[in-house]
Write a protein that binds this ligand. Structure first.
Ligand code: FAD
Length: 399
């Protein structure tokens, strides 16, 4: 049975994330957004607070948090700074993939320890210029050559590119079907043959540095998580964190927009009556819409996280709906907040216009809302969400 109450350990993690978000991230968010600067200071503060290792198992010095506490922590960070939350979510998803292989993999063990002791940052390079968000079919090649693996290709929109310490890169590595033969390569930032092309000048998540990676390099085969061609089973462990992280960031942005709007409609008094905007029923209906949308998004996040931890067979379906609802919640709440805050919402001096721009990111990130909707529709019809076949399970048709 789903229990939505937080344990004291979970609540402590959320409280710590909220404290760092309010004390450190919030005051810098507008500057990082305006200047499109990578928030190195925020990452150092997350490390200082012990949050960079939230999804790192305790044996490597991490917290070993569950996805519920972690997801709510991402939302807290996003309420202050969407870009930092996204960077943190990508880093944590990559750490979770390493953790799945760590028991038999000394390289993964070392890097996980570096995260918790030195604050090393991971980045997740799966999207490509050719295949876009279809991350399970990489065109980037990994070819084995003795004790080495050669990587050749390009990764697009890689959050933290140019600032991360390691890049987790997926590559097509075999003659057989792509999905079964993927290599997950851990590429150090200083690797010969790795170059960052600065392409990130975006409307939202401006501090994200989601740049392009150009790779033509040779790595020791020991840097392939799960072994060369053996990365795919690990992805099933990491994917829930990635999907949930994008949903959580959206929840945080929705809450930030809602919070700004609610405060504004209570404070803003109109002449000649002197009554606040909250006196208009039309405004209160918008406030109600925002409240119920945020409430629904939080509930679905808690359910998705619980399902990912406790019911692996149902996890993907639940997480797809979680991401869908949370991404849409951010867009709709930010839009409604813009309406009820009038011209003030437009001002760059206020944070709402940043939330409005940041809210768009989750919808185009893997899996994008249209692909998600298609998968949800297939699942609802009892069809295989990953197949294009629409053959019904039984051949019967009603008259
Ligand atoms: C802020 C930000 C940070 C990012 N960070 C990372 C990162 O760290 N690592 C990483 O690997 N990637 C990252 N990405 C990339 C992201 O996950 C997507 O891969 C990318 O946004 C896809 O862009 P595209 O132009 O290639 O979209 P395309 O793949 O060309 O898709 C464009 C549109 O076509 C439609 N569409 C595409 N495929 C389907 C489908 N199967 N079914 C239905 N409709 C479809 C959708 O409407 C979609 O939005 C980031 C992107 C952003 C915006």
């Amino acid at each position: 049975m789903v229990d939505l109450a937080l344990s004291s350990d979970q609540q402590d993690i959320v409280d710590e994330a909220r404290a760092v978000a309010r004390r450190c991230l919030a005051p810098r968010a507008a500057d990082h957004d305006r200047d499109a600067t990578f928030p190195t200071d925020n990452i150092a503060d997350l490390h200082e607070a012990g949050l960079l290792g939230l999804l790192v198992p305790t044996e490597y010095g991490g917290t070993g948090a569950d996805l519920t506490a972690w997801g709510l922590a991402v939302a807290e960070l996003a309420e202050a700074c969407g870009s930092t939350a996204l960077i943190f979510a990508m880093h944590s998803g990559a750490a979770r993939l390493l953790a799945a292989d760590a028991p038999g993999n000394p390289v993964a063990q070392r890097v996980l320890k570096e995260i918790t002791t030195e604050g090393r940052l991971l980045s997740w390079g799966f999207s490509e210029p050719g295949t876009g968000g279809n991350i399970l079919n990489p065109q980037l090649r990994a070819t084995s050559d003795g004790d080495e693996v050669r990587l050749r290709g390009t990764k697009a929109f890689c959050t933290g590119a140019g600032h991360a310490d390691y890049y987790l890169i997926n590559a097509h590595s075999g003659e057989s079907e792509f999905r079964r033969s993927q290599t997950m390569a851990l590429v150090p930032a200083a690797q010969d043959g790795l170059a960052v092309k600065e392409t990130w000048d975006a409307m939202g998540m401006r501090a994200n540095s989601a740049n392009t990676l150009l790779l033509d390099c040779r790595l020791p085969a020991t840097h392939c998580v799960g072994g060369p061609g053996g990365g795919m089973p690990l992805l099933t462990h990491a994917l829930p964190a990635l999907i949930l992280g994008l949903a959580s960031a959206s929840l945080g942005i929705a809450r930030a927009a809602q919070g700004f709007a609610n405060e504004h409609v209570l404070r803003r008094k109109l002449a000649p009556t002197g009554q606040s905007l909250a006196a208009f029923q039309g405004v209160r209906l918008h406030v109600a819409d925002m409240a119920t949308t945020v409430h629904t998004a939080r509930l679905t996040l808690l359910h998705g996280a619980w399902t990912a931890e406790n019911d692996p067979l149902e996890a993907l379906g639940a997480l797809n709906m979680t991401k869908y609802l949370c991404n849409k919640a951010a867009i709709s709440v930010a839009d409604t907040a813009m309406q009820v805050t009038g011209g003030h919402g437009f001002l760059r001096a206020n944070p709402l216009e940043r939330h409005y721009r940041d809210a768009r990111a989750g919808a185009v990130m893997g899996a994008n809302l249209d692909a998600l909707r298609d998968m949800i529709g297939k699942a609802a019809l009892g069809l295989d969400p990953r197949s294009d076949s629409v053959t019904a399970p039984t051949g019967e048709t009603r008259p």
